[in-house]
Design a protein around this ligand. Structure first.
Ligand code: ZN
Length: 241
C-alpha cells in the first residue's frame, strides 16, 4: 500500500515538475503568492560578466546589471550580450561618480552619456539607476525625474567585493534572504561567480522566484523618481489581480 502511494506520488510529481518549470519561464508571479527576490550586479561589465551570464542561464533566471559608462565604452558587446540573454541593463553612472557631489544637470549629462551606449547596443534605454556607494540626494532625484528613471539601492549586501570568498558570500546571502529583497553583487570578481553556482539553485529550492529589479518592482503600487527603493515593500503592492 505504502509502495503504491509512493509510486502515485512520484508519478504526480513527474507530471507537475515540467509545468512548474514552464511557469517560471513566463511572467513573474505576485510575491504574495510566491516569494521573490531581485538579483543585481554593480560595476561591470568586466571580464567576469560572461561567466555570470552563463551561471544565470544554467539556472534559468535573469538579473539586473548596473553598468559603469567607461566600462560599457570599453566592452559595448557585453552590454548587448547581457540584454540579448534576457537580462536588464541599468546605469551606475559614467565614472562611478558620487552623485551627492554633482549638480542635477551634471547628473543628467552623465546619465545621458551612459544611455547613448545602452541605446546603441540594445535599442532601449535603462529605466533604473543604482547610485554608486548608495549615495543619493536632490540632484540624483532631479535627474531621474528629468529622464524618467527610478533609483534602486539594495536590502541584502552579499559583501562579495569585500570578502572575495565564495563560502562567505553564500552564507551572507542565504543567512538573510527575505521576500522582496534586492540583492547586491558585483560581476567583477571570480569568487562571486563561484558563489552564484550554489546560491541560485538554493534560492530556487527555497521556493523563491529570481527576478530583475524592474520585474520585482513592477508589483509596487506606484513608482516615483524622487525617492529610492531598496526592496519591494510588501505592504505597498498593487491590488492583487
Ligand atoms: Zn559600484
Amino acid at each position: 500500500m505504502i509502495r503504491k502511494t509512493l509510486c502515485l506520488l512520484l508519478a504526480l510529481l513527474a507530471l507537475t515538475i515540467p509545468a512548474l518549470a514552464e511557469e517560471t519561464d513566463n511572467a513573474p508571479i505576485d510575491p504574495r503568492v510566491q516569494p521573490a527576490v531581485a538579483i543585481s550586479f554593480d560595476d561591470g561589465p568586466s571580464e567576469f560578466t560572461q561567466q555570470v551570464l552563463d551561471v544565470l542561464a544554467e539556472n534559468d533566471c535573469h538579473a539586473t546589471f548596473f553598468m559603469v559608462g567607461t566600462s560599457m565604452d570599453k566592452m559595448p558587446e557585453m552590454v548587448k550580450a547581457v540584454y540579448d540573454a534576457g537580462n536588464e541593463v541599468g546605469l551606475h553612472t559614467w565614472r562611478h561618480n558620487d552623485l551627492t557631489q554633482m549638480e542635477a544637470n551634471a547628473v543628467v549629462r552623465n546619465l545621458e552619456l551612459c544611455q547613448n551606449i545602452v541605446t546603441a547596443q540594445t535599442g532601449t534605454t535603462a529605466k533604473w539607476l543604482r547610485p554608486p556607494y548608495g549615495r543619493v540626494g536632490p540632484s540624483a532625484y532631479g535627474a531621474c525625474r528629468a529622464l524618467g528613471m527610478y533609483i534602486a539601492t539594495w536590502s541584502l549586501d552579499s559583501r562579495d567585493w569585500e570578502t572575495q570568498n565564495a563560502e562567505k558570500i553564500y552564507k551572507e546571502v542565504m543567512g538573510q534572504l527575505r521576500n522582496g529583497d534586492i540583492i547586491l553583487f558585483h560581476d567583477t570578481h571570480a569568487p562571486t561567480v563561484e558563489a552564484l553556482r550554489k546560491i541560485l539553485p538554493e534560492i530556487k529550492a527555497r521556493g523563491f522566484q529570481i527576478l530583475t529589479v524592474d520585474q520585482l518592482m513592477s508589483f509596487r503600487e506606484k513608482l516615483r523618481s524622487d525617492t529610492h527603493y531598496y526592496h519591494l515593500d510588501l505592504s505597498k503592492l498593487k491590488p492583487q489581480e
